[in-house]
Design a protein around this ligand. Structure first.
Ligand SMILES: [Zn+2]
Length: 60
């Protein structure tokens, strides 16, 4: 049994939680910044345009 709450690395849970909050607002699709097509989300801030390929949302 591991005890994450007492482990120094256990702090990642709080960090991840904060990151989750900051990224949770990313929609499942966005309009391509170049052509405006609807781009499905591949990852947290990575979207895919059928014309322009993958692109990322600028952080902040
Ligand atoms: Zn595009």
């Amino acid at each position: 049994m591991t005890d994450d709450r007492r482990s120094p690395s256990g702090g990642w849970r709080e960090v991840y939680a904060e990151m989750g909050v900051s990224t949770a607002h990313e929609p499942d699709s966005l309009g391509c910044p170049d052509c405006g097509d609807d781009c499905p989300r591949l990852r947290t801030a990575t979207y895919w345009c059928p014309t322009h390929g993958t692109w990322r949302v600028a952080a902040g």
